[in-house]
Design a protein around this ligand. Structure first.
Ligand SMILES: Cc1cc2nc3c(=O)[nH]c(=O)nc-3n(C[C@H](O)[C@H](O)[C@H](O)COP(=O)(O)O)c2cc1C
Length: 183
């Protein structure tokens, strides 16, 4: 089967290279709006999306991201960066999943608009961790968890992502783990 949603899900890629082009404010808003419409546990919506466009702040964020990714430069080259944070006091059980689905919604929305994102995962950590330094840099309250940094921009058309997926037959189990097919 095929439709626009299925195609966007399949064709979205993490792109670490962007063209030096401004992302219009309405496209950025549409991406953020897609995050807002993500599902969350009991519809608790524990999200905070911090949008960073200033060059100096992107550079500082890039230095921090070196702690968690080798592709930190993508933050400097992105026109905008969305930092996804959540409040565990609002959703103690599932706040990190809530963050992940919002981030994926935004990644798909960006793709549907001809933009691209590059997901940088931020594990929770103590003093000096990428999460703690990101909180300090952006003034995010200590109680919040930073889950993802999403650089956003127009993809470099020359960049050819080389990714594949394990076959469905290998990851789907029918009725019981290990049972690969019906009957
Ligand atoms: C939770 C999560 C964390 C990720 N963190 C990083 C990261 O820190 N650095 C990085 O280079 N890519 C990161 N990625 C991007 C993945 O490497 C990428 O999604 C994967 O290779 C599949 O490629 P695709 O997104 O183009 O389909 C992350 C993706 C997810 C979902």
């Amino acid at each position: 089967m095929e439709n626009e949603v299925l195609r966007a899900i399949r064709e979205r890629r993490s792109i670490p290279r962007f063209r030096p082009e401004r992302v219009p404010e309405e496209a950025l808003e549409a991406v953020l709006e897609a995050g807002r419409w993500a599902p969350s546990y009991a519809n608790l919506q524990p999200w905070e999306f911090i949008v960073v466009r200033e060059e100096g702040t992107r550079e500082a964020l890039s230095t921090i991201a070196a702690k968690v990714t080798i592709y930190r430069r993508v933050i400097e080259n992105a026109d905008a960066v969305i930092v996804v944070a959540v409040d565990p006091q609002i959703d103690p059980l599932h706040c990190r999943e809530d963050a992940a689905v919002a981030a994926q919604n935004m990644a798909l929305a960006a793709h549907s608009l001809g933009l691209a994102t590059y997901w940088i995962g931020v594990p929770e950590g103590g003093p000096g961790s990428a999460a703690a330094l990101t909180r300090d840099l952006l003034g995010i309250p200590d109680g919040l968890q930073v889950v993802a940094i999403l650089p956003l921009g127009y993809p470099d058309p020359d960049y050819r992502p080389q990714v594949d997926r394990r076959p469905l037959a290998e990851m789907v189990h029918r009725e019981r783990y290990g049972a690969r097919r019906d009957g």
